[in-house]
Structure formats: C-alpha cells, structure tokens
Write a protein that binds this ligand. Sequence first.
Ligand code: ZN
Length: 244
Amino acid sequence: MRMLSGTELLEVWERARTFPPEARAVALLSVALPEASPETLADLPLGRRDALLLSLRARLLGERMEAVAECPACGERAELRFSVAAITTPPQDDVPERPMARVAGYEVAFRLPASADLSALRHAPDVGSARRMLLGRCVLEARHGANDIEPDELPETVVAAVAAEMSRLDPQADVRLATACPACAHTWEARLDVAAFLWTEIDAWARRTLREVHLLATAYGWSERDILSLTPWRRQAYLTMTGR
Ligand SMILES: [Zn+2]
C-alpha cells in the first residue's frame, strides 16, 4: 500500500464526493493500491476491504480514532476513543474457497458479500428485497438432499445460518464498540461502519485543508500546490504567524 500525498487525497475526495459509500471506498483504495484493478477491489469481501481501509487510515490520519454514538435508551451522545489496532481483527486464514453452510438437511455454498454487491443492492425498494437480492447474488448453490433449491426458497433458519457463517468468516465487516452512556449508564455495542466513517474523517480533513490553503494563500500569495507541499507542522506554524 502506498502513501497518498495531500494533493492526491484532495483529488480523490473531490472526484468521489458524489459517489455512494461503497464506491468511495473503492476509489480510495484504487489510489493507495494502484496495482489492483478497481474491479478486483470492488469484489473484495467487505471485511478484507475494511482491513485495507483501516491500514490506509492509520497511514493518513494516525492510529487514534474518535467517534460519537447516540445512546439507544436516552439519546445522549457518548464519545468513543479507540485505536485502529483495537478494531482490526486478525486476517482469517481458514476461509475456504467455496464456503458452505449445512443446516437441517440443507447445504448452501456461498461467497462473501463485497462492495459490488452493495452497489447492485442500492436500488432495491426495501430492506426485504435488498436481503433477497444479496442472497441471490452470494448463494452459489443450494441443495436439500438431492434437490436444487433457489436461494429465495430457502427457509428463514437456513438463511440465518448462512448469514452467521458469512459473519464468522469475515469478522472485520462487523466492527462493534462496547459503549456505556455517560447519562443513564446504559451499555450497548455500537456498530462502526468503517468505510462510511473513514469518508467522514477524510471529508473533515479535506475541508480543513482547503481552509488552510485559503488562509495561507490570502496571507502570503502562495499557490495551492506550494501550500500543500508544506508539512502539516510547518503549515500550522505559518498559520499561527498569520494569527488565524
Ligand atoms: Zn443513555
């Protein structure tokens, strides 16, 4: 994985800002991993993708992360502090080529959901249809005894078993943070969507950086390229001297 310069990060931020979340993730990784095609990145299981995004995050913005979660009991905002390492799960090395779930006489071969699946689901009219579409895309073969079964004919218990096996094989796709409410002491596990969260952070960084460029360009007449080529520390030093 290569490091992105400030200019490159601003470029990808500008280009991908109107994309849906899963396409933003692929756009970011395409710049950091130019040797991988966008199609390959879009087909990575979501947890594999998020592990790469976390590694990129650590390089761009450091290890320490902060998030805010809303208490489901009272609505108070709880502040969460954690590190990239704390939410990175070790890579699964026992993922079979063709994972199987076996339950109640059913045998279901499937693959793990990827960004390309999320893109395809984007226009589903409701959650139920999105779930059926995902199943239709990710179930490769389903049998009950000697009979072939269509994915949407699978009983609910079998679908649940497939979903559980998908989570077990791709744990990085489901990051949860143990959270306690500062107001009512309610405890729960807040889910962190790594791709969406990283984009929010990059968006905040980009807007802050553009503002710094504006202030320094106004004060010194330097070009955007010159200002972006300064180290963050030196940029801050000049900003302090301008009194902003
Ligand atoms: Zn609360």
